[in-house]
Design a protein around this ligand. Sequence first.
Ligand SMILES: Cc1cc2nc3c(=O)[nH]c(=O)nc-3n(C[C@H](O)[C@H](O)[C@H](O)COP(=O)(O)OP(=O)(O)OC[C@H]3O[C@@H](n4cnc5c(N)ncnc54)[C@H](O)[C@@H]3O)c2cc1C
Length: 68
Amino acid sequence: MNPADFTQAYAKVARADGVTILEGVTVTGFTKTDGRVTGVVTDRGTIECETVVNAAGMWGRQLVRSPA
Ligand SMILES: Cc1cc2nc3c(=O)[nH]c(=O)nc-3n(C[C@H](O)[C@H](O)[C@H](O)COP(=O)(O)OP(=O)(O)OC[C@H]3O[C@@H](n4cnc5c(N)ncnc54)[C@H](O)[C@@H]3O)c2cc1C
């Protein structure tokens, strides 16, 4: 199986279900209130959210230590 095609197939289904996928965006940190994450800070602004899935692979540990 070609992993790139496999991933694109997942993305296609997610988009069809209403998911927005932003590409070429760098996450620089997170906003927090009372110890809970309330937003993802990116080079294109902050996205408020209730839940974050850290899928940054081997950079994931470094990313959660980033200042907002
Ligand atoms: C040389 C090599 C060969 C491999 N071969 C195989 C193989 O044959 N079979 C196999 O099953 N596995 C293989 N692996 C392992 C496989 O690549 C990983 O297990 C898999 O890619 C992990 O997927 P992931 O989505 O968790 O993380 P990744 O694929 O690492 O994705 C993390 C993403 O997060 C992005 N990111 C990181 N920081 C930020 C940030 N601050 N803002 C925005 N984006 C960010 C990165 O750009 C990246 O696109 C190989 C790995 C390597 C290095």
